[in-house]
Design a protein around this ligand. Structure first.
Ligand code: AMP
Length: 280
């Protein structure tokens, strides 16, 4: 695997890769890689002849009370994992300037009203930061394909909407959520949890799953959501939101919706916020 730490090195590496025929797939990450991230690479490798992963803890998507400073940075391990999985190129920028060139002159992408809902309500500006960096990576790398995880349901929809207008030829792939055996969705933030907290975290997935079954059984949606919040609170998993949304993130308030949809939940265990969802 080639590792590029600067834009210049990236340019040289991309030129080299361009000699290989076929498509280039991008997997953007913030590092601290786990099987969830690596599953995106596996999918990318099936769809493209060349893969590039990026590891960049994007300061623009962290609010002032977020965990930017303490976000786990495990470059050595990450490099080994990507190499073992057969990634062709890793862009691991040395600093912010290698991504944005001029920090004073960043092209900000706005996430609109959808970016203010759900996670955006709790983390103002978060999705503008996400879209701004993803747009920048698309600009620099010009991939044919990009893979994002369904774990970040709202993020995937916002990126899809942005790409539809700015990158109509880019193919976006949504990768399924990878979970631990106990059902907890893999996440770098799980590292902040103690063993007992991780055990408690299993109740978020249990709750999402139970809610999806209840919806299929036509139990009143309002009752399902009230019960879900009560259930989460009973485990001290204080919920920020628990909602049913369709594939464009429109809120579903009624029973009997038979299109693609997902229950989405965000909970707090002490100071750690976890998100998860179940599509059905
Ligand atoms: P992050 O490093 O958290 O920004 O995540 C990078 C990419 O990996 C995003 O597209 C996430 O949605 C995806 N991802 C993170 N966790 C999982 C998981 N458990 N299953 C599938 N994809 C994931």
């Amino acid at each position: 695997m080639i590792i590029s730490r600067t834009r210049k090195e990236l340019e040289i590496a991309l030129n080299k890769l361009s000699e290989i025929p076929g498509k280039l797939a991008l997997i953007p990450t913030m590092g601290n890689l786990h099987q969830g991230h690596l599953s995106l690479l596996t999918i990318a490798k099936k769809k493209a002849s060349k893969t590039i992963s990026t590891i960049f803890v994007n300061p623009l998507q962290f609010g002032k009370n977020d965990d930017f400073e303490k976000y786990p940075r495990t470059h050595e391990d990450d490099i080994k994992k990507l190499n073992d999985e057969g990634c062709d190129l890793l862009f691991l920028p040395l600093n912010n300037k290698e991504v944005f060139s001029s920090i004073d002159n960043i092209k900000t992408i706005k996430s609109g009203t959808l970016g203010l809902e759900l996670c955006g309500k709790i983390r103002p500006g978060h999705f503008d930061g996400v879209l701004t960096v993803v747009n920048r990576l698309f600009e620099i790398i010009k991939p044919d394909i990009a893979v994002f995880g369904a774990k970040d349901y709202q993020q995937e929809i916002l990126i899809r909407q942005m790409a539809k207008s700015l990158y109509p030829n880019l193919e976006l792939i949504k990768a399924p959520i990878i979970r631990a055996d106990n059902g907890v969705a893999l996440s770098s933030r799980n590292n902040y949890l103690s063993e007992p907290e991780l055990e408690i975290a299993t109740n978020l997935y249990k709750c999402l799953y139970k809610s999806s079954i209840s919806y299929k059984e036509n139990i009143d949606l309002k009752v399902i959501i009230d019960e879900a919040k009560k259930y989460l609170n009973s485990y001290n998993l204080s919920p920020d939101y628990f909602e049913l949304r369709d594939e464009n993130l429109n809120k579903i308030n009624v029973n009997g919706y038979d299109g693609k949809k997902a229950f989405l939940g965000s909970v707090n265990i002490n100071k750690t916020r976890l998100i998860d969802n179940i599509e059905f």
